[in-house]
Ligand binder design. Structure first.
Ligand code: HEM
Length: 544
């Protein structure tokens, strides 16, 4: 079957506001903004390029065993990588702007992976019945929603500014400094929502994607973007006081979006991919993505990216952080913040101690998260490897099922990949003309559970793509970046989506492509933004 001929593409529509949706819930309403598809068309329908479909219960058992063996032993945590810890959650924030599975078909809904009767769904059905609730452009629809006129997103705006939430008075501990407006550092619009079944009350924020209220670091990053937007509005207004609110908003949004995109290419991607990948993909006249999904059609989210390659970030998550002076050095409250606490201190986690917004002493100290030259190893992401932090095996805020699948991130990723027919790592490597990992490389250092799964007849030579991408990073880069297959899939997709988007900085401001860093417009001096740390500084969320 020729995949190109059979695919249908939805027209691109404006981004949607996705409210009260966690990873564990079925969407309340259908909000298909774009399609999913397969980047490597030649592999679609090729049985040799996929996990076997003849005996699904056997493959499911193997994937569960493999996922179960990926938990990092609490006694021997991985050495840190050279990637600052913030980049983990920046990746999550970027992914939430691009992809969110949504389907009316029960076989494709979130809980389906816990069903022991799961079987792979054919590619044509996946393309037809699985929707992406996000428009997959890096246009920050997770922040801006449908704009001030949008039904649900009107509440995000205060004229040209974005609303920001206020911290609650401090719980025990010391105040955490910020360069400006230190109280305005929570997500906005928190409101109590009580689950009638459990009587449990949560305080979700009113934001464009509730997944950004799932853990505190991504929540604080979303807050920083809100403040960055506001700083840009103020700078433009100072320089051009005559602009109408509508023009001011449009100008600020465009600058924020382009700066965000520039940073993703020149900071995020350059940090997480093998050196040379970004320049190589930028130099292609028409990269892999545009060859597959031409610009005249609506954008399509590749499953090889969303279900496998970009989920490398799950391995970067640490079990504990030197989060701020209260939960970290010098430890006014505790010597570190555990991952579980970072989930609790969110609207979805219900906070603790009766707080209904974030307490003042739980604001993040970003300087512990972004400095690439920091001598403190606690400030870096976990190495990208085939293990996941312990707390990701029993995720707070996720549904429970008898087999313990939905609370277990590694099992979920592997089973999702099988369900959706994602090709194997070896097949993808060959399609990209990259030497596949050898058997010895794949099994290097593997614990017994991994070894027995990967040497089974079903998985020999057919490694699940997500696992393969992690192993490649572990073996070839010591976990300091993705390996060649992961790097290509991530860079080709992200840069390809920007080239597909007629309004991205790559298509509409070509001079920005490889050249100068963005400069904050207006009267804010010649403030350049060459990396994530600069964006946080301009947002005023770092100490002066
Ligand atoms: C503490 C941090 C994180 C947690 C608890 C978490 C949890 C989850 C869960 C439960 C899912 C749904 C899995 C499934 O059933 O298929 C998911 C999906 C996903 N995650 Fe994460 N994640 C985290 C961080 C990240 C990071 C750092 C990245 C990337 C850099 C990432 C990328 C993704 C992507 C792309 C999806 C698929 C979204 C979709 O298309 O619906 N996540 N994550």
């Amino acid at each position: 079957m020729n995949a190109t001929q059979t695919e249908t593409a939805a027209p691109a529509v404006a981004g949607r506001v996705v409210e009260n949706v966690g990873h564990g819930e079925v969407l309340e309403r259908q909000a298909r903004a774009s399609d999913f598809g397969y980047l490597l068309a030649d592999l679609v329908g090729d049985a040799d390029a996929h996990l076997p479909s003849a005996d699904p219960p056997q493959v499911i058992a193997l994937l569960r065993r493999l996922g179960g063996a990926m938990a990092e032993p609490a006694t021997s945590p991985a050495p840190p990588s050279t990637i600052p810890a913030a980049y983990t959650y920046w990746g999550q924030f970027i992914d939430h702007d691009l992809t969110l599975e949504d389907s009316a078909d029960p076989r494709l809904q979130q809980p389906a992976i816990a069903d022991p009767g799961l079987r792979p769904v054919d590619a044509a059905t996946v393309r037809q019945a699985l929707g992406n609730a996000r428009q997959p452009y890096l246009n920050l629809d997770s922040v801006y929603g449908d704009g001030p006129a949008g039904d649900r997103s009107a509440a995000f705006y205060d004229g040209p500014f974005l609303r920001v939430g206020t911290l609650a008075s401090p719980a025990p501990g010391q105040p955490v400094p910020a360069a400006s407006d230190p109280a305005a550092r929570d997500l906005p619009g928190r409101h109590p929502v009580t689950d009638p079944a459990t009587g449990r009350t949560q305080f979700p924020a009113t934001i464009g994607d509730s997944r950004n209220d799932e853990n505190l670091v991504v929540g604080q990053l979303h807050t920083a973007y809100l403040r960055f937007h506001n700083a840009v509005v103020t700078a433009i207004r100072t320089a051009e006081p005559g602009l109408s609110d509508a023009d001011l908003l449009a100008r600020a949004q465009q600058f924020v979006r382009h700066t965000h995109q520039w940073l993703i290419v020149h900071d995020y991607l350059r940090t997480v991919t093998v050196p040379g990948t970004v320049d190589w993909v930028l130099s292609e006249l028409k990269g892999l993505y545009l060859q597959r999904f031409p610009a005249k059609r609506g954008p399509v989210m590749p499953l090889e990216f969303s279900v496998a390659a970009i989920r490398f970030g799950h391995s970067q998550v640490r079990n504990a952080y030197d989060y701020n002076r209260n939960f970290g050095d010098p430890g006014f409250v505790a010597p570190r913040a555990t991952l579980d606490q970072l989930f609790q201190f969110t609207g979805r986690g219900g906070f603790i101690g009766g707080a209904q917004t974030l307490p003042e002493n739980w604001a993040i100290e970003w300087d512990r998260f972004v400095d690439k030259g920091d001598p403190d190893p606690r400030h870096f992401a976990r190495a990208i490897d085939t293990q996941l932090a312990d707390d990701l095996s029993v995720m707070r805020n996720e549904p429970r099922d008898l087999a313990g699948i939905q609370e277990h991130l590694a099992k979920r990723n592997l089973l999702r990949g099988y369900l959706l027919g994602v090709p194997t790592g070896e097949a993808v490597a060959r399609a990209l003309r990259i030497r596949p990992l050898t058997r010895a490389e794949l099994l290097r250092g593997a614990p017994a559970g991994v070894r027995s799964a990967l040497t089974s007849p079903e998985l020999t030579g057919r490694t699940p793509l997500w696992y393969y991408v992690l192993k490649e990073a572990e073996v070839l880069t010591s976990g300091n970046s993705l390996g060649p297959v992961g790097s290509r899939l991530v860079a080709e997709t992200i840069i390809g989506l920007m080239r597909h988007d007629p309004e991205s900085f790559l298509t509409s401001v070509p001079a920005w492509g490889t050249g100068p860093v963005p400069v904050v417009p207006g009267g804010n001096g010649a403030r350049t933004i060459g990396g994530l740390a600069d964006l946080l500084d301009v947002a005023g969320v770092t100490a002066a």
